[in-house]
Design a protein around this ligand. Structure first.
Ligand SMILES: NC(=O)c1ccc[n+]([C@@H]2O[C@H](COP(=O)([O-])OP(=O)(O)OC[C@H]3O[C@@H](n4cnc5c(N)ncnc54)[C@H](OP(=O)(O)O)[C@@H]3O)[C@@H](O)[C@H]2O)c1
Length: 303
């Protein structure tokens, strides 16, 4: 199943997320995902695993006879964050960053290149100018942003630059961002959801994978009364499938990550049931606002 990214590019709706998979584990994990049927892989300079992703893509071409254009690959520019004591990347450093990512991936282009998060200050527009150039050069077929709010995208419009093709944002029943989503849809910007599975008790349950998710929400996800457990029983699927299906029904691409073979297969199997209107309305009432996935808080808050 694919969705529109640009007038000429279709993107598989379900992508394989790779955050928190270390570089050594990434090759087997991504290859397992591709064997299971994933044709869209999401990585980032900041994940430190582009090399493993590239090795898996090469292996899938050799072992499964896939061609490069059958696998949709996204990576992201780490923009540098002055709030964390880093320098924001310049125009030139942004061009170099994609070259370095492509070298690690062993590819001559990616399908989508994103600015991972808005950095504060004037370099933000320079980074975007560089992405527009990278698209013109064919090193990225499409370019976009991640964790950008409406004001960050309006800044791009006001500078007279082309708007992003996509915005990748945290979206799940507890963070629904209805105004931002409506704005993106009005402007033809594809919506890519991340951390769809955050309400699950199993979400990043391993030590060292902290986030801003508060303890009461962890308890709520684990509760036997969780509405997602009830919906899973009703539709004869898992809670994870309910959460991912919600994203798909809203018109978003989703990026489930799992290093478990059974889970990664179920996360792709989202098209044999539909959440009914009553449950979609019930989920719409569960929104609690800002994102919870980043340990440092919602990165879109930067001015
Ligand atoms: N642009 C950004 O700022 C940004 C931020 C966060 C994420 N992302 C992207 O979005 C992807 C997905 O987000 P995410 O990694 O935060 O989380 P996610 O995919 O929503 O959830 C992954 C967590 O849920 C568990 N899980 C996966 N499938 C499951 C299932 N069927 N049943 C029960 N538990 C399951 C995984 O554990 P196991 O691995 O043990 O199964 C893992 O702990 C990332 O990998 C990354 O590519 C982007």
């Amino acid at each position: 199943m694919k969705m529109r990214l640009t007038d000429s590019i279709q993107m598989p709706v379900v992508g394989f997320g790779t955050y928190l998979i270390n570089d050594d584990e990434t090759q087997p994990a991504v290859l397992r995902a591709i064997r299971a049927g994933y044709r869209h892989v999401d990585t980032a300079e900041a994940y430190g695993n582009e090399r493993g992703v590239g090795q898996a893509i090469a292996a899938s071409m050799n072992a499964l006879g896939l061609s490069r254009d059958e696998i949709f690959v996204t990576t992201k520019l780490w923009p540098g964050n002055p709030a964390w004591g880093q320098e924001a990347k310049t125009y030139g450093a942004t061009l170099e960053s994609l070259d370095a990512s492509l070298a690690r991936l062993g590819l001559d282009h990616v399908d989508l290149y994103l600015i991972h998060a808005p950095s504060g200050g004037e370099q933000r527009l320079e980074e975007w100018r560089a992405l527009v150039e990278l698209k013109r050069l064919g090193k990225a077929r499409a370019v976009g942003v991640s964790n950008f709010r409406e004001s960050h995208i309006e800044e791009i419009r006001e500078a007279g630059l082309p708007l992003p093709d996509a915005n990748q944002i945290e979206l799940h029943p507890w963070s629904q961002k209805p105004d931002l989503v409506a704005y993106l849809e009005r402007n033809g910007i594809a919506v890519i959801a991340y951390s769809s599975l955050l309400p699950l008790s199993t979400w990043r349950a391993v030590a060292g994978q902290e986030s801003a998710k508060p303890a009461e929400l962890k308890a709520e996800g684990a509760s036997a009364d969780s509405p997602f457990k009830a919906m899973a029983r009703k539709y004869g699927c898992t809670e994870a499938q309910v959460l991912l299906r919600w994203g798909v029904q809203k018109g978003y691409a989703v990026l489930p990550k799992s290093t478990n073979a059974e889970r990664l297969a179920q996360n792709l199997d989202l098209f044999s049931f539909e959440i009914d209107a009553e449950d979609m309305t019930a989920i719409a009432a569960m929104d609690r606002g800002d994102g919870l996935a980043w340990q440092s808080g919602d990165p879109s808050r930067v001015a």
